[in-house]
Design a protein around this ligand. Structure first.
Ligand SMILES: [Zn+2]
Length: 58
């Protein structure tokens, strides 16, 4: 199941994503692989850091 995963600390840098077997994460919005900085236990606290495209999918 997809979790909110931090790709970068800039605005929109937290994506809904699936962790892959090689320690990367795959974003739902564009399917890009990125190296996760952190996996959030729930929803992102700061809406400005949330990827809008991932947010609108749910
Ligand atoms: Zn996204």
């Amino acid at each position: 199941m997809a979790k909110w995963i931090v790709a970068s600390l800039s605005d929109g840098g937290t994506h809904k994503a699936e962790l892959t077997n090689d320690g990367l994460a795959k974003s739902e919005c564009d399917g890009d692989l990125f190296r996760p900085l952190a996996v959030l236990p729930g929803n992102p606290a700061d809406p400005a850091q949330t990827c809008q495209r991932c947010n609108e999918q749910h």
